[in-house]
Ligand binder design. Structure first.
Ligand SMILES: [Zn+2]
Length: 82
C-alpha cells in the first residue's frame, strides 16, 4: 500500500509530465479569506484547509520541471567561442 507521501509523489510526477498543468493548478488552488482552498470546490463537504494536496503536488511538480530544465542547460565552455 502506498503511503500518503508516495501517492503525492506519484501525483506530482503525473502533473509534471504535462506542460502547463502545474502552474494552472497552483493558480486555481489558492487560499481563500478563511484559510481554505478556493480551488477545491468540487467536494461536497467543507473546503480543505490550504494548502491542499493538489496544490502541494503541483508545487512539487513545478520543482521537478525546473530541475529537469536546469539539467538541460549546457555547460558554458570558455573555449567554445567562435
Ligand atoms: Zn485545492
Amino acid at each position: 500500500m502506498m503511503s500518503c507521501n508516495e501517492s503525492g509523489s506519484a501525483l506530482a510526477a503525473e502533473i509534471a509530465a504535462i506542460p502547463g498543468v502545474a502552474a494552472r493548478l497552483i493558480a486555481l488552488h489558492t487560499a481563500d479569506s478563511t484559510g481554505h482552498c478556493a480551488g477545491c470546490v468540487w467536494l461536497d463537504h467543507p473546503r480543505l484547509v490550504y494548502p491542499c494536496a493538489i496544490q502541494q503536488a503541483a508545487t512539487r511538480a513545478l520543482h521537478t520541471q525546473a530541475t529537469r530544465l536546469a539539467g538541460r542547460v549546457l555547460p558554458i565552455r570558455p573555449d567554445a567561442r567562435s
